[in-house]
Design a protein. Structure first.
Length: 105
């Protein structure tokens, strides 16, 4: 009986750890499902935009927001409503976003 209880507790512990790992991975991965729209980005503070956007790949951003209005090997620029622009800079010759900024034109 004691062996069955130990096995049951071990199985329950493994299931709880697996569920916690899945929950953490689902909510902290850089998935296009977690990327807000450009309109929502325009309403945010720049620090919040950096926290959200940094780490995404160039293709993921283009998939959600469409092609940028201006593009170069190191940055993409999207124009948002009311002449607000979002500039995303990428790591050296890489497609991973490292810093971004909002500006009014």
């Amino acid at each position: 009986m004691k062996k069955k209880t130990t096995v049951l507790i071990a199985i329950i512990t493994i299931l709880i750890l697996a569920a916690a790992a899945w929950f953490f991975g689902y909510h902290n991965r850089k998935s296009t499902d977690n990327l807000p729209s450009l309109a929502a980005i325009a309403q945010m503070e720049e620090a919040e935009v950096n926290r959200i956007v940094c780490g995404y790949r160039r293709g993921q951003l283009a998939e959600v927001w469409g092609s940028p209005d201006e593009s170069s090997p190191m940055e993409d620029i999207w124009t948002i409503k009311d002449n607000i622009t979002l500039t995303v800079n990428y790591h050296n010759n890489d497609d991973k976003a490292v810093i971004c900024g909002l500006s009014n034109q």
